[in-house]
Design a protein around this ligand. Structure first.
Ligand code: FAD
Length: 315
């Protein structure tokens, strides 16, 4: 029986592991079998994580977080969690190899996935002009011409924010009207750096080392044309990775795991959630890391409050 199992190997999971390990809880962390290290593995320069004045590559930052967690005794298992049972005092976590792991507490830090366009060069050019996060990457597009795909509030927000840096921002939308709220739309319409391209979808992204342009297909007449841009921001939605906990943990209307106030406490006692999987708004590495801290401390307090007759030797 473990005292704490952590599911997820992004900034939230590894930070929870650092705290739990330093508290002597010997965490077992499931990192996934393929997507180890979380979303920052998909990017290049990270310039907004404190402590790295020259910036740091996303994969290097995650490697350092893992090393720091392991240094204090975290056991990292390269397995996918495929099922969870949070119904009893003993939490059960099943991994892809069929093993069932038991723990007094669980930190659920599985992150969230940005929706992709599904184009062949999208992943290859991620961090090289293709981005899902204006807050993270807008700064790299000073005086450039870029495009934002999407028609909702987040697309309008990203496009408007990006005009602080870029000279020109095309908003590509597959229909003739936006889903975004009227106020967000108006803000974008009023911005002279933003030009809307209606009834258009991106069918290809071009560029060797860096994005150099996109192909647009007219959704009405099917004609195609090239648009030279140096950046492509994809703002078509984000899905918290909650499929394993549907019906087991309470979710918010946005689809994130519901937590109590500023804590990480979920609707199941002893289960704590952290990072992008609870966060519909901020979704940054540093906020995820901070959230991992909260989860580890909450788990620690939960364990400390367990009745004294709990068989400590079995933990
Ligand atoms: C392209 C890109 C660039 C970004 N750039 C920046 C930036 O410059 N600065 C910044 O602050 N933020 C940036 N972000 C945002 C940042 O990456 C996220 O906010 C942060 O990684 C969220 O951390 P997390 O730990 O909550 O989740 P994630 O990083 O998503 O990690 C979750 C982990 O859990 C694993 N997992 C999920 N389900 C299971 C399961 N069932 N079993 C085992 N493991 C599982 C996943 O494989 C993943 O490794 C960027 C995001 C993207 C996509």
């Amino acid at each position: 029986m473990h005292q704490i199992i952590i599911i997820g190997s992004g900034p939230a999971g590894f930070t929870a592991a650092i705290y739990a390990a330093r508290a002597g809880l010997k965490p077992l962390l499931f990192a996934s079998s393929v997507a180890i290290g979380g979303e920052l593995m998909n990017t290049t320069d990270v310039e907004n994580f404190p402590g790295f004045p020259e910036g740091v590559q996303g994969p290097e930052l995650m490697q350092k977080m893992q090393e720091q967690a392991e240094r204090f005794g975290t056991q990292v298992a390269y397995e996918d969690v495929v099922d969870v049972d949070f119904s009893g005092e003993v939490k059960r976590v099943t991994t892809g190899d069929g093993a069932v792991h038991e723990a007094r507490t669980v930190v659920y830090a599985t992150g969230s996935a940005y929706r992709k366009l599904g184009l062949p060069d999208e992943d290859r050019l991620s961090g090289h002009g293709v981005s899902w996060c204006a807050t993270c990457d807008g700064f790299f597009f000073r005086e450039k011409t870029i495009a934002v795909v999407g028609g909702g509030d987040s697309a309008m927000e990203e496009a408007t924010f990006l005009t602080r840096f870029a000279d020109k921002v095309y908003v590509i939308h597959r229909r003739e009207e936006l889903k975004a709220s009227k106020i967000m739309q108006q803000r974008a319409f009023d911005n002279e750096k933003i030009e809307f391209v209606w009834n258009a979808e991106v069918t290809a992204i071009h560029g060797e080392a860096q994005v150099s342009g996109i192909t647009l297909r007219d959704t009405v007449d099917g004609t195609e044309r090239e648009l030279p841009v140096e950046g492509l921001f994809i703002a078509i939605g984000n899905d918290p990775r909650t499929h394993l906990v549907h019906g087991k943990l309470e979710l918010t209307p946005e689809g994130t795991i519901a937590v109590e106030g500023r804590s990480s406490r979920t609707s199941a006692p002893g289960v704590f959630a952290a990072g992008d999987v609870i966060d519909p708004s901020y979704r940054q590495a540093i906020t995820a890391a901070a959230s991992g801290t909260v989860a580890a401390l909450d788990a620690e307090h939960f364990l400390a409050a367990l009745p004294a007759e709990e068989p400590a030797a079995a933990l």
